[in-house]
Design a binder for this molecule. Structure first.
Ligand code: PSU
Ligand code: MN
Length: 307
């Protein structure tokens, strides 16, 4: 006899997303940690709307993903977006989804958790800002984002602007290779470094169009995810000297305050945003919007290539 009432932890799709999936219309998953823990209020709420509008304008349906009161939602309404952007909610990676469901908690989903939930309902394309990865000093701290493990086992194409230089970029690319996750540069040979167009590392492959990316994704059948890395638009790249100063300060701050674990990324982001007088925020919003557009174009190309 079970002593515990069953908990329904399956994700629920919004009517628009459910309809699009049933009809085979293009759908793009959007992440919520970037809204709840990556961007300050009230800019986060405006960005949430802008991202969804970018996707819709290109003929795809946006599906922002988060957990509300224990239930994973794929596609949020205005009220859901309000909650993600204003409430003090948890940051949920894949391992936390069952905890949130069991305890009835709300939380924003990371790249890992968003990709997991997207794949669970049959969404193949996902747009975000930056991936989590191998942190500097991981040799001692073992701090390697669960985003990398999720990409290894979750068949979702993630459109992003690479990883921040707050991470060990070379080690992150090595783990992606070990995990059999292909990395494609979008019209670039260089792996982007989020605020900067070039992280200093090369990408193994390059595609020139959404169509080419869609063809590669359609031919990728090994079960892992794929990264489509699009650098921030030229005009919005953060100044190199400013970037290097913020990075050095941010890393020192985290060390000094003893910030660890899942609080490291939000703490560094907040330092960038406050200490750059809004410049890093403009870069951040610009690149996520560009990634949402590219993801929408790839999702649409994928529906056109369906037999
Ligand atoms: N990198 C960014 N912005 C972000 C994140 C990463 O440039 O907002 C967020 C994403 O949600 C990512 C998560 O999935 O941080 C990774 O966190 P951690 O390093 O704790 O795994
Ligand atoms: Mn971590």
């Amino acid at each position: 006899m079970p002593h515990v009432a069953p908990v329904d932890s399956s994700p629920v799709c919004s009517p628009a997303v459910a309809e699009a999936l049933a009809a085979g219309t293009a759908v793009v998953a959007l992440e919520s940690t970037i809204l709840a823990h990556g961007l300050p209020a009230p800019r986060n709420r405006a960005t949430a709307d802008e991202l969804e509008a970018e996707v819709r304008a290109l003929g795809a349906v946006p599906a922002t993903i988060a957990v509300l009161d224990g239930r994973a939602h794929v596609g949020l309404d205005a009220r859901g977006l309000d909650r993600v952007c204003t409430e003090e909610i948890a940051k949920l990676s894949v391992r936390d989804l069952g905890v949130a469901a069991g305890l009835g908690l709300s939380g924003a989903t990371t790249v890992a958790a968003t990709a997991h939930l997207a794949a669970a309902v049959g969404i193949a394309v996902f747009a975000t800002g930056g991936l989590g990865g191998v942190h500097r000093g991981a040799r001692e701290t073992w701090d390697v984002s669960a985003d990398l493990a999720a990409l290894a086992t979750t068949p979702v194409l993630t459109v992003c602007s690479g990883v921040k230089s707050i991470l060990d970029v070379g080690a992150t690319l090595e783990v992606l290779e070990t995990s059999s996750v292909p990395v494609l540069g979008y019209r670039t040979d260089r792996f982007p470094g989020f605020y900067r167009r070039d992280s200093g590392f090369a990408v193994p492959w390059r595609v020139e169009s959404p169509d080419e990316a869609a063809r590669v994704w359609a031919a990728h059948t090994t079960g892992s995810g794929m990264v489509l890395a699009r650098p921030v638009p030229d005009a919005d790249e953060l100044d190199a000297a400013l970037h290097d100063r913020l990075l050095a300060e941010g890393l020192a701050l985290v060390e000094e305050r003893g910030v660890t674990g899942k609080d490291v990324t939000p703490a560094l982001l907040e330092h960038f945003h406050t200490a750059s007088g809004g410049a890093s925020l403009a870069t951040n919003v610009s690149l996520v919007r560009a990634n949402a557009r590219l993801a929408a174009r790839v999702a649409v190309a994928l529906t056109c290539s369906d037999p």
